[in-house]
Design a protein around this ligand. Structure first.
Ligand code: FES
Length: 263
């Protein structure tokens, strides 16, 4: 089972980024130091009716500060959204595998796709890749209202925005916007809804690349102790599909391994 530690983190700031999307900045030195792009933390409520933690992906980590961006989608996240600066939250150490950057070299190029609440992890990823000397392009897709575009640019990414409604940026998906402007890259990364991950994985394979995609499954414990988040994947060296836990073995998988159709 994955090593995890629970710790108290002080809320430094919490603000509304877009409708139903909150940015939470925590003082959490140990978690911030350990955080890698693509990992998440479990955040616990103090409401006894809500026992399970909520997994929230890491948007940024710098110095003692950990930045989390989450959508208000239920009672747990609603509870978080009411917490104010100076209050404390129980969080875990960073969990999950994160994006694998081991074969990336300075001078390489990377193409990042974020969809909705899958955009936040791209900020930490863009920052990390830029610091490695990689040229980064990030396509961010939203239904109607964008967020974190400035943060992506500040992280060194050439950024474009797409919205389903056409209210901001390109009308359509992040992938179609990137294709329209002829973007490509040596390394492809994505986080967002499954149809977007499927489309990015397919487009990457057509270019001879294997995208790293971060899966958003419903989670229970969030650290490998239950089976609340299993998916079938087919690693390249396996004959048969194998069950993997998104929280522990993922959330990042190779696009070629994932069955995107319902099984
Ligand atoms: Fe419990 Fe993944 S959420 S094993």
């Amino acid at each position: 089972m994955e090593e995890k530690k629970i710790m108290m983190a002080e809320i430094l700031r919490q603000e509304l980024l877009a409708k139903g999307v909150m940015k939470l900045v925590l003082c959490a030195p140990e978690a911030a130091r350990a955080a890698r792009a693509g990992q998440f933390v479990n955040v616990y409520t103090e409401d006894s009716a809500l026992l399970l933690p909520r997994p929230i992906s890491i948007c940024d980590a710098e110095g003692d500060r950990l930045t989390l961006v989450y959508g208000i989608v239920g009672r747990g996240t609603q509870w978080f959204s009411k917490r104010c600066a100076g209050e404390h939250l129980r969080i875990s150490t960073p969990l999950g595998n994160g994006y694998d950057l081991s074969d990336i070299k300075p001078g390489d190029s990377a193409l990042l796709f974020g969809g909705g609440i899958g955009v936040p992890p791209m900020v930490k990823l863009a920052k990390t890749l830029t610091a490695m000397g990689v040229s980064v392009r990030a396509a961010a897709g939203f239904r109607d209202e964008s967020f974190l575009l400035e943060e992506l640019s500040a992280a060194g990414a050439q950024t474009l925005c797409a919205t389903d409604s056409g209210r901001e940026g390109y009308r359509g998906t992040a992938l179609s916007a990137a294709e329209d402007v002829g973007w490509s890259g040596d390394h492809w990364f994505a986080c967002g809804p499954k149809p977007m991950l499927a489309a990015v994985a397919k487009a990457a394979l057509a270019c001879g690349k294997d995208a790293q995609v971060s899966m958003e499954e419903r989670m229970g414990c969030g650290y490998g102790a239950c089976v609340g988040c299993t998916v079938d994947v087919k690693p390249q060296d396996a004959m048969q599909p194998v069950r993997k836990k998104v929280c522990k073995d993922g959330p990042v998988f190779l696009g070629s391994e994932v069955f995107f159709d319902e099984r």
